[in-house]
Design a protein around this ligand. Structure first.
Ligand code: NDP
Length: 290
């Protein structure tokens, strides 16, 4: 029987998720149908779309901009949230809590939210062979993407974490909120800086800003160095990566993170593990270019 999945967003036409999950389905030998779902940008419409989909037998959904926080609220009021979703304050994966379904709860009331974005990044960095255990890590950016990776980075055993942002007050607020949300994070001292004031030597620097969309470049200090530079964006030339590549760093864009978070969603829904390296190779060769 065909299993149905959707990705809900606005806009949604650009989403690569259907290609990625269709490939995963083929790799796992499952009959799946994964479609883009446009939704008007308001909470009531989002809830209506989700309820109709899961009442109609849907198995799982991804959530993208601008609905990750709305999805969080939706699940908090129903079947619950994973620790990663709670700390991120955002949901990118909707599934049904099987234990609640077994008790006779309706699909809508069994709606459970997870967030696989951060772990998708960690898994990609591990596939790249970059050492995380004991690493000195800096994140540039203090928005939703940065928020989602802090707990997975700490769980991966990093030594120090620094967060820099154009608006330094937002980085400070983020650290306060994360420290309140998670004891694991609270046990770490996280330093904050304005982006232009960030300097020194790091093992890994992660660009979690959306600056790549604007064509502007980040103001990076001359005395800022790293061995590995990661940009969460993908699909275009990224000045952030060019800057550190010219200084001898290994670099990667966020394409592998995109595949990685999708693989984790797929595994949550179907219980089937994905060979991410093989899927990435196939997608790069056929469906879309890096
Ligand atoms: P948000 O809008 O929540 O945050 C944007 C961040 O970028 C803020 O820290 C903001 O700083 C900073 N920023 C924006 N413009 C500039 C600029 N001109 N100069 C300096 N800083 C700037 O976005 P998200 O956190 O949701 O997403 C960030 C990036 O991560 C996006 O490019 C997104 O595509 C990517 N991403 C990739 C994923 C993947 O799978 N590869 C998954 C999730 C996200 P300030 O606070 O000062 O405004």
């Amino acid at each position: 029987m065909t299993q149905h999945f959707i990705v809900i967003g606005n806009p949604i036409a650009h989403s690569k998720s259907p290609e990625i999950h269709t490939l995963f389905g083929a790799q796992a030998g499952l009959d799946i149908c994964y479609q883009r779902q446009y939704c008007p940008d308001d909470a009531a419409s989002f809830t209506a779309v989700v309820e109709a989909f899961f009442h109609g037998g849907g198995m799982g959904a991804n959530v993208t901009v601008p609905f990750k926080q709305v999805a969080y609220e939706c699940c908090a009021a129903r079947g619950g949230l994973s620790e990663h979703a709670k700390v991120a304050g955002a949901v990118n994966t909707l599934l049904l809590d099987k234990a609640l379904l077994a008790k006779g709860v309706s699909p809508v009331e069994a709606l459970y939210g997870d967030n696989t974005d951060g772990q998708g990044l960690i898994n990609h960095i591990k596939r790249l062979g970059w050492p995380l255990n004991g690493a000195r890590v800096a994140i540039i950016g203090a928005g939703g993407a940065a928020r989602g990776v802090v707990l997975p980075l700490i769980e991966a055993g990093i030594e120090t974490l620094t967060i820099a942002n154009r608006t330094v007050s937002k980085a400070e607020i983020l650290v306060d909120e994360l420290s309140t949300a998670s004891e694991k994070i609270n046990q770490h001292t996280i330093q904050t800086y304005a982006t232009a004031a960030l300097s020194g030597d790091f093992d890994i620097i992660i660009n979690a800003t959306s600056i790549g969309l604007s064509g502007e470049t980040l103001p990076l200090a001359d005395a800022l160095n790293c061995q590995y530079a990661y940009d969460m964006m993908y699909g275009r030339e990224l000045p952030f990566l060019q800057h550190f590549a010219a200084r001898g760093a290994q670099t990667s864009n966020g394409y592998g993170m995109l595949i990685g978070q999708a693989a984790l969603s797929f595994e949550r829904w179907t219980g089937r593990a994905i060979d991410v390296a093989q899927a990435t190779e196939t997608l790069q060769a056929h469906s879309f270019k890096n």
